[in-house]
Design a protein around this ligand. Structure first.
Ligand code: TNX
Length: 514
């Protein structure tokens, strides 16, 4: 049967970045199900955003939506509490007690000719659904100043929920410091792809980036260096709490990392008593990019006083359940010292009511089932975590490291693990990456970015985009709906949207950017 005249008219009346068919929108991550119908809903001057009367939280989410759409559309949408479904022409956010199958982050987005209805079991689901709604609108909606044009959304219904509970990004603010504003921008970018965790690598050999009131020299001395000799920097506790709140409003948890016992030159040079006083009793600030040369003195009691104070202060200002204690590349800590150290750090973290995450080497110690190992290099460490009943965050350096160069011509980045072009970053599956580490062992995936070679947002975004959206899709979308060819096509159409978002992405030749 031929297309109806109405459908044909619709097909030809819309710009190519906004096809009239919901299932042909370049949605990233791809939803679990998309059922398209062949009409459009148009936002107009009369459109408002209705929210249930009884929920301040949903009202806040409605306001987030209004703040996203109003600058570009100029439609001045208002958030209006109501106790019934609104009249035709509006948008409506609602929570459903009954639809428990949507889980903590799932949503149903129903777009009809009479309006938009977004429903979720939990507020986080509404927030995730709004990200889909943004992508169903023309790309220009992402611009920050008023655009001409009409604001049509293809009709249909999307039911969607994540495959993995944890979908994170990591930002190394130790090698090069990034300001609070930069971190907020990165939070906004990862939120658009439904990620729900930002892991901040807050300390390393080159700098200590978080105020610890009981050990003030960590920042008065230890924050003033970075790779290449720049001025460094740190977050005050107030600034850190502000980042946490900003992330929370986007249903993203902050996971602070203090790396130990290695990667600690900044702490060791601020407090020489944390050294074992053997070869280098008073290390200087470090601005190079070597790894594995520093260690806390694991045999001194003061080291555990230090760890306890740092963990206590971090735990007090971190609402999420996890603290990341590093544990990677401790090449100068003998294994017989490393193991009891990690075990004791794990107890300290637990005594402050948190769960420990560590890089995969921590599986050499005895992990509690509440602890999490972050797989980055060694399959047998991930397997050991699974055997010990601990969960695994999957972030293989050769697939998920956003600081790896795309190819040998990339302006920034390293290539010790691999060159990672878009197809390589996309074409892998967490549950079959390591034999014996399957979905039940996996908490989720993470896309880390180390910043030895990256010292500004443009460079950061160039390395993260467009690989990060693909990694977000691996964590969110079921394996059964994902494939490289389909993703490549969607990503091509998504280029304009990234541009509208002000993202300076890498225009890979693997993609036809249209
Ligand atoms: C290895 S990955 C590290 C980092 C470096 C990174 C550079 C990991 C747990 N440790 O210290 O920054 O390589 O790609």
């Amino acid at each position: 049967p031929a297309l109806s005249i109405a459908a044909l008219t619709l097909l030809f009346s819309c710009g190519s970045d906004n096809p009239a068919i919901l299932s042909e929108q370049s949605l990233i991550p791809l939803p679990v199900t998309v059922t398209a119908s062949d009409s459009l809903f148009e936002l107009t001057e009369n459109t408002d955003i209705y929210v249930p009367q009884n929920s301040e939280e949903v009202k806040g989410i409605g306001q987030y939506l209004a703040d996203k759409l109003n600058p570009s559309t100029g439609l001045g949408m208002e958030v209006k509490p109501t106790d019934a479904a609104p009249a035709a022409g509006n948008m409506y956010l609602a929570l459903t007690e009954a639809d428990t199958t949507l889980g903590d982050e799932g949503y149903e987005l129903a777009i009809s000719t009479t309006g938009v209805k977004l429903t979720a079991h939990q507020p986080a689901g509404l927030f995730r659904g709004i990200q889909t709604l943004r992508q169903a609108l023309p790309a220009d909606v992402e611009k920050s100043d008023k655009q001409s044009g009409s604001w049509k959304i293809p009709t249909g219904t999307i039911r969607d929920y994540p495959t993995y509970a944890y979908r994170g990004a990591m930002l190394d603010v130790a090698r090069h410091f990034f300001s609070v504003e930069d971190v907020k921008r990165y939070i906004d970018l990862i939120a658009a792809y439904k990620m729900n965790a930002l892991h901040l690598h807050l300390s390393d050999d080159q700098g200590w980036r978080i105020e610890i009131k009981s050990w003030p020299k960590l920042t008065s001395l230890g924050s003033k260096s970075e790779v290449g000799g720049g001025e460094g920097g740190f977050y005050t506790q107030e600034q850190y709490k502000d980042i946490v709140k900003y992330a929370q409003e986007r249903y993203i948890m902050i996971i602070p990392e203090i790396d130990m016992p290695g990667h600690t030159n900044a702490a060791l040079s601020s407090y020489p008593e944390l050294n074992c006083n053997e070869k280098d009793p008073n290390p200087k600030p470090y601005t190079g990019i070597e790894v594995g040369f520093s260690t806390l003195c694991t045999s001194k009691e003061i080291t555990y006083k230090f760890v306890d104070d740092v963990v206590r202060e971090l735990a007090e200002m971190t609402p999420g359940p996890y603290l990341h204690m590093g544990g990677d590349e401790s090449h100068v800590t003998p294994m017989e010292d490393y193991i009891p150290f990690v075990n004791r750090v794990q107890d300290i973290v637990q005594s402050h009511g948190k769960q420990m995450i560590g890089w995969d080497e921590v599986t050499n110690a005895s992990l509690k089932p509440t602890s999490v190992a972050q797989y980055w290099a060694k399959a047998e460490y991930a397997q050991s975590a699974a055997k010990q009943g601990a969960k695994v965050i999957v972030s293989p350096a050769k697939k998920a490291y956003l600081d790896m160069q795309y190819d040998s011509t990339s302006k920034y980045g390293l290539h010790w693990a691999a060159y990672i072009e878009l197809d390589s970053a996309y074409n892998w599956e967490p549950s079959t990456m390591v034999p014996g580490v399957t979905s039940t062992n996996i908490l989720g995936i993470e896309a880390p970015i180390w910043t030895e070679t990256i010292d500004n947002m443009e460079a950061l975004e160039y390395m993260a985009f467009p690989r990060l959206p693909g990694l977000a899709e691996i964590g969110w979308s079921p394996k059964s709906v994902r494939n490289w060819e389909g993703y490549r096509t969607r990503l091509g159409k998504h280029g304009k949207r990234m541009e509208a978002m002000g993202i300076d992405y890498y225009p890979s030749k693997q993609v036809d950017w249209g």
